[in-house]
Design a protein around this ligand. Sequence first.
Ligand code: KG4
Ligand code: ZN
Length: 354
Amino acid sequence: MIVLGIETSCDETAAAVVEETGALDRPWRLRSSVVASQTEIHREWGGIVPELSARQHIRDICGVVERAIADAGSPAYDAIAVTQGPGLVGSLLVGLSFAKSLAWARSVPLIPVHHLAGHIESLVLERGEMPLPAIVLVVSGGHTNLYWVTAPGVYELLGRTRDDAAGEAYDKVAKLLGLGYPGGPVVDRLAARGNDRAIPFPKTRLTHADRNAPHLHGRRDFSFSGLKTSVLRHVTLRRAELGLAVDANLPEDEVAHVCASFQRVAVENLLDRLFDAARWYDARSVGIAGGVSANSRLRADAIVRGDQRGIPVFIPSLALSTDNAAMIAAAGLRRYRTGIASLLDVNADASLAL
Ligand code: KG4
Ligand code: ZN
């Protein structure tokens, strides 16, 4: 079976073609993957402007899908998987409406996919099924969620962020350092030049349960707003000490130290909880997916911790870490195999639950 995937939940218009192989060690084969990024459009505004994003998806979607089909080497596909949510509703609607029209015109089934189920599938797409049970951390611009995976496609939420998502914290720290948008990759790059012990930003400790999700008991939750505020306080103090204007940038070497020190704590916050949960639940593997899984320190430190504990660590290749449609096609294929396809009246859902 061959699936065409379409993803437009945020600021990337993406399409991909994935083929089922039937092999256990590598269930899907990637035939093509095309991603059109809107970064240049949103950079001018310092963050994603939802209306501009939706309009750009409309401009790009035809070309991106055509290209993915052409690159796949054969125009045939048996189903269409599309991101239903969560995400920006105007952006989601473009991909979903396009997918519905195409499914209707081609008389193929339409499979709505949860964006985070797509990210989790990116772990399996290149390396085959993870040894289960597994703990999976999904870290993106909008989510920081910890899942307990007992069977392929079955995800139980163990913890989540109480405030900012990890990617959001990266983006906000970059903004306050005057580094522009998107922040994650820039902070990651500059951190390599700084001293990660230069500034003792505090690690997050959460001991109380989340009032909005008491069933999660709070033990596996994340919080990034305190860390972000510490960075803000440090930058404000240093500007005053150096006699700089309130919105001036710090000297380059100091910026690198802030990036490195922030990144060390952010990565420790993520990996402490991931590996703590893996030990607690006696997991046979761990995975890290979502845009922030592209972070060089997170990847390197996760592999070191995995080796120390003798537990395999699954991280997607860089191309599949950030938003793409290959992961949506693969997650769609898994859903379709469980008998799920949708009527053409399915709607986009900006806060869809997994
Ligand atoms: O999954 P994704 O591409 O889109 C969402 O679903 O949100 O994740 C985007 C997020 C952004 O916040 C971006 O700054 C962050 O991932 N990101 C990174 C890196 N590359 C992207 N964060 C830290 N280090 C990176 N190298
Ligand atoms: Zn994403």
